[in-house]
Ligand binder design. Structure first.
Ligand SMILES: NC(=O)c1ccc[n+]([C@@H]2O[C@H](COP(=O)([O-])OP(=O)(O)OC[C@H]3O[C@@H](n4cnc5c(N)ncnc54)[C@H](OP(=O)(O)O)[C@@H]3O)[C@@H](O)[C@H]2O)c1
Length: 272
């Protein structure tokens, strides 16, 4: 089994030189014992990035799964996010401390603003800079931020986000944001890389999957990897966890990348 370990082959270097895996596990919707079991199983299988958020209510289970996995702290890249209700300078400092407490960690690898909040982003970002300088996180990032919101951070000459976690798959492919992040050294982390399962029966996608002898989910993940972004598919079953990790032994040809680039969510919803 190929594993998405922290070796350079499976990592990107962020704008502050920290190495981040290009493949990880999303955990939105995983709770309690099920979350514990799935995350522990994923870590044993070779997943090396776990994405959570204080809003998901599962940080404690993820921390426990990591400790019980027997892996060392350097082996696993753990990310969490400050919730909108906790934005603001003091609130963010406290929210990060609370997340670390629930995770049972002294630092996370990447701390992100989950969603922008009008009037609060800059104060929150100041707190993120502070958390970074104090070693509470190895990198800081944003999620669901638009170009103007990132430009505001840039104008103020603050630390540029290392990552923007956004919805990213062939059906939701914002080229302007993709190019902007590439030009500014901001790494994209793709959430809902499997379209939450909505478009897995799309005819074009099924055709490409058939041609490579791969599943539609594997084609979507491979497409994102070839765009150079990190993917964090959420999966519950062992079958899905394994399948999603098995994407390092093939390559999509240019023509097929173009076909996938042309897909649209609107069309997928009409065809369903
Ligand atoms: N920053 C944000 O605002 C934000 C927003 C949304 C998500 N996220 C993060 O991104 C992660 C992933 O996004 P997501 O959970 O929205 O959706 P997703 O990963 O695109 O899709 C998850 C769905 O796909 C199914 N699935 C997984 N592997 C499959 C496979 N090989 N074949 C067929 N179906 C498969 C899962 O089913 P099973 O569970 O049954 O395996 C689940 O129903 C989240 O868990 C979360 O960590 C962040």
């Amino acid at each position: 089994m190929l594993s998405a370990d922290l070796s350079p082959k499976f990592c990107v270097r962020l704008n502050n030189e920290v190495r981040m895996p290009i493949m990880g596990l999303g955990t939105w919707g995983l709770e309690g014992e099920q979350c514990y079991r799935v995350v522990k199983c994923a870590l044993q299988m070779g997943y090396r990035l776990i994405d959570t958020a204080s809003m998901y209510g599962n940080e404690a289970e993820i921390g426990r799964a990591f400790r019980d996995s027997g892996l060392s702290r350097d082996d696993v890249f753990i990310t969490t996010k400050v919730a909108s209700k906790d934005q603001g300078y003091e609130e963010t400092l406290a929210a990060c401390q609370a997340s670390l407490y629930r995770l049972g960690l002294s630092f996370v690898d990447l701390y992100m603003i989950h969603w922008p909040v009008v009037g609060k982003n800059i104060d929150t970002w100041k707190a993120m800079e502070e958390l970074f300088s104090k070693g509470k996180c190895r990198a800081i990032g944003v999620s669901n931020f638009s170009i103007p919101l990132i430009e505001e951070i840039k104008r103020r000459e603050m630390v540029l986000p290392a990552v923007n976690q956004i919805e990213f798959n062939p059906f939701v492919y914002e080229r302007e944001m993709f190019n902007y992040c590439a030009e500014n050294g901001i790494h994209i982390e793709a959430y809902s890389p499997l379209t939450r399962g909505i478009c897995l029966q799309d005819k074009t996608l099924l055709g490409v999957a058939h041609a490579y002898g791969k599943s539609p989910a594997q084609i979507l993940l491979r497409w994102a990897l070839q765009k150079g972004v990190t993917v964090i598919p959420k999966a519950t079953s062992v079958k899905h966890l394994k399948e999603n990790l098995d994407i390092f032994d093939f390559e999509l040809y240019f023509g097929d990348m173009d076909k996938l680039d042309a897909l649209s969510m609107a069309q997928c919803l009409i065809d369903r």
